[in-house]
Design a protein around this ligand. Structure first.
Ligand code: GYE
Length: 323
């Protein structure tokens, strides 16, 4: 082997050795990072996947974090197990996107006893003692639902509505708020009739299945109120397969406002999409930075949200949409 080749080989071995020096990489030790355990609901929707990505990007090694990610597959028991694992691993912070509101007291008391701050994101938790968590960052789901109901009042007027309601899984704040608003709308309007309601668990497959079944059963309807975009996509597929025109024969009301759904507004298939902002990573990062600096973050922070329909949406907005 030539001299320069030997030199290169020696350098390569040296570099490989450096990389293996510790498992935190780049010569850093675990202690150099802020370690965060994040218990995520699942990967049921595009919103959720964007939310996970936002958290991973903000709490990255480049930014000084070690993120331990756990996907609970929409099961609260799995989230409780994940939190106990985080406590055992002595993480610096726990971030929890709760699947449901109820049932968190015991495990959060364990985190508190271990001295680990808990930041709640997205949906809220219902605990008697709000000192069990440090703060919450998320959306005002009832307001989102109210936005949809007001829009329906203004756009449908006296028209008789036969409404199909696809709910999320039962129990999370997102479902409670969006369902609560529709219930208020139903109670306030004699021309609004609920012809079907069932949980579609926020998934496209379940949304499609439910609407296919309704069509097979011969149920008549002219509005679908889907509590997220993925269920709306499934519903639209089912309608089209049966020769029913979304946006013409049946109006679609949805939540989240992912880019693909906004495109469907431009295409005339979705009538209204109420925005729900999944980009919570930088907000959680800001909260942790405040805590690291010994400051007290605001207890509840609502993210800003809007809505989109054919009157307000432009192709430029769709193109520039981050998710
Ligand atoms: O609307 C839905 C997701 O909690 C805001 O959960 C979130 C909801 C969101 O799966 O797509």
């Amino acid at each position: 082997m030539k001299k320069w080749m030997l030199l290169c080989l020696a350098c390569a071995l040296l570099l490989a050795g450096c990389g293996a020096r510790d498992d935190a990489g780049e010569g850093k030790n675990y202690a150099d990072y802020v370690v965060v355990g994040f218990s995520q609901v699942g990967a049921e929707s595009d919103w959720r996947k964007t939310n996970t990505r936002s958290m991973q990007e903000a709490l990255s090694e480049e930014n000084g974090y070690r993120l331990i990610f756990d996907d609970s597959q929409q099961k609260q028991e799995r989230q409780i197990t994940a939190i106990r694992n985080f406590i055992q691993q002595e993480v610096d912070y726990i971030v929890l996107a709760p699947n449901t509101e109820m049932g968190w007291t015991t495990v959060l008391a364990e985190a508190k006893a271990a001295g680990i701050p808990v930041i709640i994101v997205d949906r809220r938790i219902d605990v008697a003692d709000n000192e069990l968590f440090t703060c919450w960052v998320g959306s005002d789901f009832r307001k989102e639902g109210n936005t949809a109901v007001t829009w329906m009042e203004q756009h449908f007027g006296d028209r008789p509505l036969k409404i199909v309601h696809l709910q999320g899984n039962i129990g999370p704040t997102a479902q409670i708020g969006r369902t609560g608003a529709l219930n208020a709308g139903l109670a306030a309007h004699d021309n609004w009739e609920l012809v079907f309601r069932a949980p579609g668990d926020y998934t496209q497959a379940k949304g499609q299945e439910l609407v296919e079944q309704l069509i097979r059963d011969g149920v008549e309807f002219n509005v679908i109120y889907a509590e997220n975009d993925n269920m709306a996509y499934g519903a639209i597929n089912a309608l089209k397969a049966a020769g029913i025109r979304p946006g013409e024969d049946v109006a679609i009301i949805s939540f989240d406002a992912n880019r693909a759904a906004l495109q469907m507004i431009l295409d005339g298939e979705i009538s209204l999409d109420v925005e729900c902002n999944p980009l919570q990573g930088p907000r959680v990062q800001a909260v942790i930075e405040q805590l690291e600096a010994g400051k007290t973050p605001q207890k509840f922070t609502f993210v800003e949200e809007t809505f989109f329909d054919a009157d307000t949406l432009t192709p430029e907005i769709v193109e520039s949409r981050e998710y």
